[in-house]
Design a protein around this ligand. Structure first.
Ligand code: 3NM
Ligand code: MG
Length: 523
């Protein structure tokens, strides 16, 4: 019999201890709901029951998993797997050794091995493991005797070494430990390893216990997790940008603005009270449809409307933070883009902590900030003066920082300043447009985030980087044209002229007039 083909995307590991499974009578019901919700692999992990009892449970479970054509593996107990005739086993470092397990089970069974470091990983690969369960990624109450918490960096290191040793293509990988809908997008992005070759190494899936076993609705929970797994591995950086220098690429700017104009995409802003009105006006002028809704509970409904989210922490509060998390998760689940504006990130310890928890709570498609803010998001501890920007890095260092951060976060990072630096971790763009009046009017940085979110809503599936660059050119060139107008005498008259020119650029572009783009100072 050939080895069953396994889809490792969403791997349910069962647990019937009271801390995880509130009502033991629900055990099979929960697993069946999870199967209906789309889990692709099931492991029976039963650490306390007697052998006879485990075999009984395993037989019943195998009937169920077969109905959904999902393989069943048994934790640790090769004897139980043999008695039941299921598809394989999962063994920990303290369980039966791989060689013996393989001898007993034969080549047509699946054997997975728990590994938490490079040595264990290579040993398991050499021993013929079918997949590695890499963990413990994050601390979890489900397993308290974990050896080490390895985080995304630990997973990445294992993938890298598997690749150099020639096992990346042969042995599958899932990660485990503390995973749930708040961190699955993040771990899947961050565990990616960029090889020297233009290739990204990724996990085959994620394994969870409590995120499904303890869920109020295991079917819905499984569906959500599956959506996150499927949507989280698609970011491969910009494709269009490789044509840079070619006029054809600048034409894409026109396409994106036209698409915005036609679709009028929703931009949901959770933003600070200083800029709400101005940001809504900018969104309208560039062709978006703004909703300034700060209550996180509304996000699940709004996220289904195909728009984007701006999380702007300009006036952060404890309650506000919870709203950010809720909204962020809702947009991640709906696979709609999120722009994070870490306003004043380095100004206070509260904001520095807020940045960390926002990063840990979901995937951010774009992070936009000034130099100080981007440094803080990267993790540099440096006191920022209020929300103002400070220029201290050299252009090379700025570029280096946005590339590093974009690689770490697997997203697009924008560092604004007199020259703006943009990167998706592969490609970089610098933009030197704009006008000093932008610095004399409150909220222009924040509203740039909103403008980006509009272009992103329309074009994130095609090319996130280019959507961001388009919004920035539109925004900054409008500022230049406005500032040069004769009726503009200073920051006050600038505001209304700026809104006019945002609108004028859009209408001109829709009518095929792209003269404004000749001002683009892009490298
Ligand atoms: N193995 P939850 S962590 C079964 O690190 C198991 O090898 C781990 O539970 C390992 O998804 C773990 O509820 C428990 O955090 C994972
Ligand atoms: Mg384990």
């Amino acid at each position: 019999m050939p080895k069953p083909k396994v889809n490792y995307s969403l791997y349910l590991v069962t647990d019937s201890t009271p801390a995880v499974l509130k009502d033991p009578s629900q055990f099979f019901d929960i697993v069946e709901k999870a199967l209906r919700g789309g889990v692709t692999l099931v492991q029976l992990r039963e650490k306390t029951a007697d052998t006879g009892e485990i075999i009984g449970i395993a037989k019943k479970l195998h009937k169920l998993t077969k109905k959904y054509e999902v393989p069943l593996l048994i934790n640790d107990r090769v004897d139980v797997a043999l008695a039941v005739g299921c598809e394989g086993v999962h063994i920990g470092q303290d369980d039966m050794d791989l060689e013996t397990a393989r001898e007993l089970l034969g080549d047509d069974k699946i054997i997975g091995v728990t590994v938490s470091n490079v040595e264990e990983a290579i040993k398991a690969c050499e021993g013929g493991a079918d997949y590695l369960g890499i963990g413990t990624v994050y601390a979890t109450p489900t397993k308290t005797n974990t050896k080490s918490i390895i985080g995304a960096a630990g997973v990445r290191e294992i993938l890298a070494v598997m690749d150099s040793a020639g096992y990346y293509e042969k042995v599958n990988t899932v990660c485990i430990g503390g995973l749930n809908k708040t961190n699955i997008p993040r771990i899947l992005y961050q565990s990616q390893h960029f090889g020297d070759k233009p290739r990204v190494l990724v996990l085959n899936g994620v394994a969870v216990v409590s995120a499904i076993m303890s869920a109020d609705d295991p079917e819905e929970a499984s569906k959500e997790l599956m959506t996150l797994v499927n949507s989280s591995q698609k970011f491969r950086g910009s494709s269009l940008i490789s044509l840079r220098g070619d006029r054809g690429v600048l034409e894409v700017v026109g396409d994106i603005i036209k698409k915005v104009h036609e679709e009028k995409p929703l931009t949901h802003n959770i933003t600070n009270l200083v800029v709400q009105n101005f940001a809504a006006n900018v969104a309208l002028a560039v062709g978006g449809s703004p909703i300034m809704a700060n209550y996180g509970e509304e996000a699940a409904d709004l996220a289904k409307l195909g728009g984007s989210l701006v999380v702007n922490m300009g006036t952060v509060t404890p309650e506000g933070l919870l709203n950010y998390y809720k909204a962020l998760q809702a947009y991640n689940v709906a696979v709609q883009p999120v722009v994070f504006d870490p306003v004043g990130a380095g100004a206070t310890s509260v904001r520095r902590e807020a940045v960390k928890s926002i990063l840990a709570n979901g995937y951010l498609d774009v992070i936009k900030g000034n130099e100080g803010e981007i440094k803080t998001v990267w993790g540099s501890v440096e006191q920022q003066k209020g929300v103002d920007s400070r220029d201290s890095l050299t252009p090379e260092d700025k570029l280096d920082l946005v590339v590093k951060l974009a690689r770490r976060e697997q997203n697009v990072v924008v560092m604004t300043g007199k020259t703006d630096y943009v990167s998706d971790g592969y490609w970089t763009v610098t933009i030197s447009n704009g006008h000093e009046y932008l610095g004399l009017v409150t909220g222009t940085g924040c509203t740039l985030g909103t403008a980006i979110s509009v272009a992103l809503a329309a074009y994130h599936k095609e090319d996130k980087l280019w959507a961001v660059v388009t919004a920035m050119l539109h925004f900054e060139i409008a500022a230049e044209i406005a500032a040069e107008r004769e009726d503009v005498k200073g920051p006050g008259t600038f505001i209304s002229a700026f809104l006019d020119e945002l609108y004028n650029i859009r209408i001109a572009t829709v009518n095929g007039d792209m003269k404004w783009l000749e001002r683009a100072k892009v490298t």
